[in-house]
Design a protein around this ligand. Sequence first.
Ligand SMILES: NC(=O)c1ccc[n+]([C@@H]2O[C@H](COP(=O)([O-])OP(=O)(O)OC[C@H]3O[C@@H](n4cnc5c(N)ncnc54)[C@H](O)[C@@H]3O)[C@@H](O)[C@H]2O)c1
Ligand SMILES: [Zn+2]
Ligand SMILES: [Zn+2]
Length: 395
Amino acid sequence: MRALTWHGKHDVRVDSHPDPEIINPRDAIIKVTSTAICGSDLHLYDAYIPTLQAGDILGHEFMGEVVETGPASTLEKGQRVVVPFVIACGQCFFCGKQQYSACANSIPADNADMGQELYGHPMTGLFGYSHLTGGYPGGQAEYVRVPFSDIGPIVVPDGLEDDTVLFLSDILPTGWMAAENCDVEPGDTIAVWGCGPVGLFAVQSAFKLGAHRVIAIDHFPHRLELAKGFGAETINFEETDTYHALMEMTGGIGPDACIDAVGLESHGMFLDNAIDQLKVSTFMGTDRAHVLRQVIIACRKGGRVSLPGVYGGFVDKFPIGALMEKGLQVKSGQTHVQKYLPRLMEMIGEGEVDTTFLISHRLPLEQAPEGYKMFKNDQNHCTKVVLKPSMAAAA
Ligand SMILES: NC(=O)c1ccc[n+]([C@@H]2O[C@H](COP(=O)([O-])OP(=O)(O)OC[C@H]3O[C@@H](n4cnc5c(N)ncnc54)[C@H](O)[C@@H]3O)[C@@H](O)[C@H]2O)c1
Ligand SMILES: [Zn+2]
Ligand SMILES: [Zn+2]
């Protein structure tokens, strides 16, 4: 089969691989019909996430048709399914609490050590996201093996096109959980840093969960316009100082809850960003944490901080004083995708949530490297790239 593989910083290629096979009874093989490139994939493309190996197949946002099932899979051949990017067993202590992205049974023993060293506990398995998360081949491919297929994938009801449900694999539940983690109360003002796919779904979700106002922050005019389209007020951080603008817009109080939908690759000409960049490039640091710091400083006293944006290692100048003295609550994590799928599928079916607005580019799988380049270098207009393995490549 053909699949998109990582070969080094800014070097991804489509090459040939053996087709995946059933290994465990609960596995299924999916023929991928649509798969997307995520902001999280850019962290791999930019080589920020350790333990990637040349030849690893990327991709964690995908859906397709069931073509083979193990004896303990509950799926049936021919069904269309969306697959969560988190691989979870559905039976362990964590899955029992619906904390699927903490599942204890999806990280192979060989891959558990690094998470143990870095984070105090092994990570959970994710598709196509380095050996730190299990080294599972991803879904930017023609076929993919899906472990625990009786728990993860959700069957797509007839009549719903791929493009309307694909984002259930990650960014829609991620935006939803980011907003849910704000514990929205009536009258609340929620600020969202980053108007990428995650930020834009967080904006929609915050309103759905009862926010009175949402303020969206970015520097790309087109992405800010999309946020405005969902009713958000906006701040362009290149034109205005974000902290002062937020104080002015909230009568000096600050937002009730703040969402960091940016993560470790913050943009902008800020002193702390420049220092972080220098540290990262000299292997003395791991993350550019400008947004994380700003979120904590801007949040109102007694407010809530939600961090869907991915961070990988350690940061300095962390405003622990502000966090503690203002009594902030913090919630974070890779998304517990499986928990949210039934409700969000229903909302899509009822037209309550708009997903297709995000797709700026549909490309054949063979052109995935161009897709990565565009999503990295033209973020203003390139809001989401969807890859279609069955689409013929342009000459
Ligand atoms: N927790 C999870 O399970 C999960 C799932 C998916 C994605 N993510 C993470 O969420 C983050 C966003 O993902 P995405 O797909 O939307 O990515 P993206 O790269 O498309 O969007 C990030 C946006 O942040 C903006 N930004 C950069 N610096 C900023 C700053 N200083 N202030 C305000 N905005 C700024 C960028 O201009 C960009 O529009 C990434 O870190 C991604 O890894 C987490
Ligand atoms: Zn993703
Ligand atoms: Zn589990």
